[in-house]
Design a protein around this ligand. Structure first.
Ligand SMILES: [Zn+2]
Length: 407
């Protein structure tokens, strides 16, 4: 056991973990029942029910929770739904850290409960040796699930009334029992397991599963918000006895937003804009379920492109929403060209970029690249998004965009 500790500590430092996180992990390990007796003899101060010590450990855990990106420090990155991992040793380390992290997270939940925070457990389905469903082009369900869990966590991480706990935050395997046990131990207020569906190439649509009648309101709410993001066929909420929804003691549901066996839906699931909208809607559903407001982090204003690098006359493009935002557009050959990504993000349109061509809501548009940014014609943008574009009569260099009515 001593060897294990030494190995653990050295691994921690090798990967650049801070002293405090390492301290918190070691402290928790020492408090494990098996070790407790022996350690008590040598380090009695550690086991005294001393307030100061408890506060210290509590603080360490909060620090750790904030730094809880420990997994990412192991060289594992999650980008656009695909995971990269460097070696078997990394996978071993990941498994060790994931276990420790879950133990720490359960402790964190106790602190959060004292602060009267609602606790939501997000469970990214499958992991590591269990890829889940495989999409038409070979994409793995486990990666989509994890990407979504991490995005929801990011959106809600500073929420004053909600604490998000993840069953896994990297590509590790967990038994179903470990997932439900985690939520039960954390005494969570709700549990959401994220998956993607798979059946036949023609199978299509969005569905949400639940088990107990207590969970139906949560499932219904999540289904409504999921549909808002996918815009797919409504397959409804389905009562059944899936392991994780059956064995969690709090309202729980399992999301199946779309089918990986359907090529159009697979494309949607791995589209970054869809993922952003979907995670946002899951976050809003969680807030509505807990009866608290969704608080939006202010997004930094986009940096205008400097005038000198501009090869075309500049247009001032203002998108008029509750908080109007202005971007740099261009006047090229008598047309107004709009920066596709930031404007489409505001308009809620799905924008994609492939081999120099921008597509908006799935339609490829004539694209003008300026300093690596994809611009599309205002007219095309109107057609694809239903937005309305007006030119300022008093200033021909100004253009105003209004989102689609009722959007
Ligand atoms: Zn699944």
């Amino acid at each position: 056991m001593y060897d294990f500790l030494v190995e653990l500590i050295s691994t921690l430092f090798k990967h650049g973990l801070s002293l405090s996180s390492a301290g918190a992990i070691v402290f928790l390990l020492l408090k494990q029942r098996k070790l407790k007796k022996r350690m008590k003899r040598y380090f009695p101060w550690m086991f005294e029910d001393d307030h100061e010590m408890k506060a210290y450990a509590g603080n360490q855990l909060i620090i750790m929770e904030n730094q809880n990106r420990i997994m990412q420090k192991l060289g594992v990155e999650c980008a656009n739904g695909s995971m990269t991992k460097s070696s078997n040793q990394d996978q071993k380390n990941l498994n060790i850290f994931a276990r420790l992290s879950r133990a720490v997270t359960v402790q964190v939940s106790q602190l959060r409960r004292k602060q009267m925070k609602k606790i939501i457990v997000i469970d990214a389905g499958h992991g590591d040796k269990d890829p889940g469903a495989i999409g038409v082009t070979g994409k793995k369900e486990k990666d989509f699930n994890l990407t979504m869990a991490l995005k929801v966590e990011r959106l809600l991480q500073n929420h004053p009334s909600i604490t998000v706990l993840l069953t896994r935050r990297t590509d590790v395997f967990l038994e179903l029992k470990e997932r439900s046990d985690f939520a039960n131990k954390a005494n969570a207020d709700a549990f959401i397991s994220i998956h993607a569906n798979s059946f036949e190439p023609t199978s299509a649509g969005t569905e949400t599963h639940y088990t107990s009648n207590d969970s139906k309101p949560l499932a219904t709410m999540l289904q409504r918000y999921s549909l808002l993001s996918t815009g797919l066929k409504d397959r409804g909420v389905k009562k059944g006895s899936l392991y994780v929804t059956k064995n969690t003691k709090m309202p729980s549901c399992l999301l199946e937003p779309a089918f990986l066996s359907n090529s159009a839906e697979e494309l949607l699931l791995y589209n970054t804009n869809f993922q952003d909208t979907f995670s946002l809607n899951i976050s809003k559903a969680i807030c509505e379920f807990f009866g608290v407001a969704y608080e939006i982090e202010p997004t930094p204003a986009p940096q205008p492109i400097p005038d000198k690098s501009s090869p075309y006359p500049i247009m001032e493009v203002t998108v008029n929403t509750a908080e109007p935002k202005t971007f740099v557009g261009y006047s090229i050959k008598g047309s107004t060209w709009i920066p596709s990504r930031p404007v489409c993000d505001i308009l809620g349109a799905i924008v994609d970029y492939n081999k120099g061509i921008v597509s908006v809501n799935g339609t490829k548009l004539e694209t003008q690249l300026v300093n690596g940014v994809g611009y599309v014609k205002s007219r095309d943008l109107e057609i694809q998004t239903g937005a309305r574009v007006f030119w300022d009569k008093s200033n021909p260099k100004r253009v105003e965009i209004y989102p689609k009515l009722g959007a």
